[in-house]
Design a protein around this ligand. Sequence first.
Ligand code: 9J3
Ligand code: ZN
Length: 322
Amino acid sequence: MEPLHHDTSTPGAGRHHRAPRSRTFRLTLAGLALALTGTGAALTPAAQAAPETTVQAAVQAAAENPYERGPAPTERSIEASRGPYSVSERNVSSLVVGFGGGTIYYPTTTSDGTFGAVAIAPGFTADEGSMAWYGPRLASQGFVVLTIDTNTRLDQPGQRGRQLLAALDYLVEDSAVRGRIDRNRLAVMGHSMGGGGALEAASDRPSLKAAIPLTPWNLDKTWGEVTVPTFIIGAEADSIASVRTHAEPFYESLRSSTNRAYMELNNATHFAPNLPDTQIAKYSLSWLKRFVDNDTRYEQFLCPIPRPSLQIEEFRGNCPHS
Ligand code: 9J3
Ligand code: ZN
């Protein structure tokens, strides 16, 4: 549907562009600092000034964003069906407490630091298989992903929200991959009642870094208490969770001071999020990278606000701000 009002920001407002920094550069920082410290003792204070300034600038740059993973993105890389990381999988037993089990998809390497993590819930009557495509798609770009089954397939959005949070707790506290995860960089996604659950989770746990409700369904229409950066995706032809009574009012109820965006898939149905979709993938990835990894290299895909296209009926949002 067409927006009642646009929330696009002034071009350039709140944007900050920085030159991309490569991972290799950061990995060599410690060595660089050590080398300079070692030789520094023999130098006069004047001679030290230049290299020390260089080191400080470099250390500051790394400290500004220690969470970047993978090479600088391109339109092609965010649309690709796989990113740069090889992906491994682990089953999570349905006997686990707090949610219904599921599958963890994670970057195989242990030589690239820790990763952010995202728990993903399915919709009413569905199981984790309906969300399986997000696992390797996002993990291969540098996230630990847990697609969950709910305790029962009839669980409502509030229950799905609590189960998403239990799944994140399990990931960072008990899972076999807990050592690979940065416990302070967590996100939730979900489809339909699972998307309604993602909103519930964001409302209940403001420390989350991102929420992405996909054709969300919820009886609660007002989410003004949410401060987690939230990207809502609706489908124009959704007759189960119509954008008029779900995705759009959910988005509009978010405060404009909250990082928020709304994308509506042109001509798409309620079940569009259950099959690989380039628009969902590229903008969800950009949202997770921008807000879970603080990776401003991905801001170019979110700001200026993407224009409508054959695939996108409309896009609303405020450009990412802190
Ligand atoms: O999770 C969903 O697909 C919710 C849509 C639904 O069936 O709601 C009706 C009660
Ligand atoms: Zn619309």
